[in-house]
Design a protein around this ligand. Sequence first.
Ligand SMILES: [Zn+2]
Length: 140
Amino acid sequence: MNNDCLYCNKNQTQKDLMIEICELSVSTVFLFKEQTYKGRCVIAYKDHNVELYQLSPEELLAFMTDVNKVAATLAKLYSPAKINYGAYSDKLPHLHIHLAPKYVDGADYGSTFVMNPQKVYLTDPEYTEMINSIKKELVK
Ligand SMILES: [Zn+2]
């Protein structure tokens, strides 16, 4: 737990960026509000300040299984050509992975995704619809 961390605190900064979808075995899944890459989500590990290499094999498997579940769900729901996985965290050392679905005719296909293009935002009913669809697949 770190007081300055938006994943630990679930503070307003986090609420401005993402909406919680649900919890999985060792992580929490969020819908990224900026939706240039339709279906974009963030999966945050339950504990603060860990690198993937610091997880035990069991923790690593559990986390990657969560990530994989979300990726499979996004693939099923939105049929992207590819899902990009981003784990950066230079200034926010709480283990989290961005999932950015990429589409052949969509933004930045064939290149890295932009962290926050600040271009595509949905209406509240659209966010709710998306969250419900993803949650329905994840919580079975
Ligand atoms: Zn944290």
